[in-house]
Structure formats: C-alpha cells, structure tokens
Design a protein around this ligand. Structure first.
Ligand code: NAD
Ligand code: ZN
Length: 340
C-alpha cells in the first residue's frame, strides 16, 4: 500500500510502498478515506529536536483520520466491515492505576499513533478495537477526520463551567478556533480570542468568537473596557503555547477563575505565579481527550447544531501532500484535509 513515511532522519516525508499493517485478534483494519494534518506532523516533517528525540525511523506518520473498516480481528464483536470510523490516537496500557480506574486519558504509558507506533497516513491502518469510534451517519467524513483536535478543544473547553461566563482563548490555531465555537455553543457570554495572525482571528470570528484581538496592536485590558467587563475573565483556555499569552491571561483573569492549559510551551517558562496565588486561580493541564466522554460530547454537540465546518480551509489529494504541509506552514489555514 502507499503511505506517507518518515523514512529518513532528515526533514521531509516520503510517499512509499509499504506492507499493509498486520492486525491482531482485538484489532481493526481500517481503509483510510481522509486524513488531516496536525501541528505534530509538521514537527515530524521538519525533524525538529522533539521529533528527533521521540519518533523512531522509519515511521508511517499521521493520527487524524476517517475510514471504513476493511476487516476485524477474531475477538472483535462491536465493529464490522463497512462501519465508518475514526479513533482515539492515544493507545493506553490497560494496566496502570488510572487505566484500571477507567481514567484512560491519564495513563502514564500512553503511546501515540503516528509518533510511537505506525500512523494513519496510509491506505490501511490498524488500531485496537477499543480505540475505534463509530461515526454516526449524520456526521460527514471530513468532520470525523478532525475529531482528534476537535476533541482537544472539547476536553479543554468543557473542563470548567462555561454557561454565562466570560471566556478568554489565547491562540486561534485550529484548536483555539474550535474551542471558541464550543464556548458559544454551550452558553458563554463573551468569547474573546487572541492571536498574532489576522487570518486566524478572522476564522475565530466566523466560528464563534464574540471579540478578537491581536495583542501586538491592542491590550486585553482595552478589550475588557470595550466590552464593559470590570473584573476579569472567568475562564481562560491557553491554546497558543506562548509564555507571553499565558502571562497576559493570568493578568486578566478574575479572582477564583479557572485556567485550562493545552498549548505546549517550547521550553520551561518563567511567569508571575503570584497572579495564581493571590487570585486563587484554578489551573488544569489538558492532554488529549477523555476516553471516551469527550467523544460522546463531541458527537452530541455536532448533532445539536454546533457547526465547525468552517475550520476546514484546504483540501488536497494525498499525492499533493507537499501543498498541504505548505498551507499549514504559511499559517493562512485552519485544518487541511488530505483525501486518499
Ligand atoms: P497552532 O500552532 O496552529 O496554533 C497556535 C496559535 O497561537 C497560532 O495561530 C499562533 O499564531 C498563536 N500565537 C502565537 N503567539 C501568540 C500570542 N502571543 N498570543 C496569542 N496567540 C499567539 O496549534 P493548534 O494545533 O491549534 O494547537 C494549539 C496548541 O495546543 C499548540 O501549542 C499545540 O502544540 C498544543 N496541543 C496540545 C495538545 C495536548 O494534548 N495538550 C494536543 C494538541 C495540540
Ligand atoms: Zn495505563
């Protein structure tokens, strides 16, 4: 089969002919129809320090996908060939304390699809059946393809009470923009989104932000004045990985507010922790998605009127994958879909 492979320890990805993956008695073999490119795939493409330390070569990349089940292992009862599926890309150990308690998103031995084990950028992909998620008929395959990052946005946004609250989202990457849409859908009042990229601020506005700003041009304090907010934000979602953005969030949170941290800082950061202490802020780190509460919440939000279609800005045939990576690179993009 053809697959996009990190074949060499140098920048790039290569379309290669590789064997169809084997699947065990508890696994699904999925025929991939659509994939999407994640920031992680860009790191692997560029072969930065993180990728060099983390990804063994050769490796079929990719973890955002939709496909149709081609075959199931002998012990698989709840999926059948022909089912349309996506799946959870974190493979958990089943043995640690959190796994045994059903808190699989907190597994300490998580393996990542397309990072630690072969990914979905291929014509076929094999996955433990417990990680599969059947796609309801009324959810289009393109949307099913981005459930992984939409799940990051959902897990983060729904980690605290949002109804009637004022939310600040720093970073309007695809995840920040989808988080803005969720905040509006579940009943936040002001949804303020910051980014230094105007194209992405525009996307955020179209999907649900009630106010957007570029912090290089305007301060959050000025935004609060415009909105008649006197006290501060109730909820903060850090989705940029920028230490400066995080600091500005801490400064504009109301006392007792909740901050969820999804963005990954490039290195250890120094910040004004007294903001956290004297304001009594609650901080929560977010990794991945809850298995599988986030998946059910995503599905039901999509079925009850949440429309995230606008986050998909580019579509390419997979043979043109270089164009897809280029679109991600330039930042004038939301999600980029590759059709197989
Ligand atoms: P992205 O890189 O596309 O988006 C980040 C955005 O932040 C960009 O649009 C960038 O212009 C913006 N930004 C940079 N500096 C800023 C500043 N000072 N103020 C405001 N915005 C600023 O990433 P994404 O795919 O949307 O993911 C968001 C973040 O979450 C990334 O840091 C990513 O690494 C991280 N992530 C974490 C998890 C997890 O499980 N914790 C999962 C996926 C992604
Ligand atoms: Zn575990």
């Amino acid at each position: 089969m053809k697959a996009l492979v990190k074949a060499k320890s140098e920048p790039g990805l290569w379309m290669q002919d590789v064997p169809v993956p084997e699947y065990g008695p508890n696994d699904l073999l999925i025929r991939i129809t659509h994939t999407a490119i994640c920031g992680t795939d860009l790191h692997i493409y560029h072969w930065d320090d993180w990728a060099q330390k983390t990804v063994p070569v050769p490796m079929v990349t990719g973890h955002e996908y939709c496909g149709v089940i081609e075959a199931v292992g002998d012990l698989v009862a709840d999926f059948k060939p022909g089912d349309r599926v996506s799946g959870e890309g974190h493979i958990t150990c089943r043995h640690c304390r959190n796994c045994r308690a059903g808190r699989r998103h907190l597994c300490r031995n998580t393996q990542g699809v397309g990072v630690d084990r072969p990914g979905c950028f291929g014509e076929f992909f094999s996955l433990p059946a417990t990680n599969g998620f059947k796609i309801p008929d009324d959810i289009p395959s393109e949307i099913a393809t981005i459930l992984d990052p939409f799940g990051n946005a959902t897990h983060t946004a729904l980690s605290q009470d949002m109804v009637g609250e004022d939310a600040l989202i720093t970073g309007a990457g695809p995840i920040g923009v989808m988080a803005a849409a969720i905040c509006r859908h579940v009943g936040a009042r002001h949804v303020v989104v910051t980014d230094i990229n105007e194209y992405r601020l525009d996307l955020a506005k179209r999907l649900g932000a009630t106010y957007t700003l570029n912090p290089q041009e305007k301060s959050l304090q000025e935004a609060m004045q415009d909105l008649g907010m006197h006290e501060g934000f109730d909820v903060g979602l850090e989705m940029s990985g920028s230490p400066v953005a995080f600091q500005s969030m801490l400064e504009t949170m109301n006392h007792g507010g909740s901050v969820a941290l999804l963005g990954i800082f490039p290195k250890p950061i120094v910040t004004d922790w007294s903001q956290v202490i004297f304001k009594g802020l609650k901080l929560k780190g977010i990794y991945g998605r809850e298995m599988y509460e986030t998946w059910y919440k995503m599905t039901t939000m999509l079925q009850s009127g949440l429309d995230i279609t606008g986050i998909i800005t580019h579509r390419f045939q997979v043979d043109d994958y270089e164009l897809g990576f280029q679109a991600m690179e330039e930042g004038r993009s939301g999600k980029v879909i590759l059709e197989w």
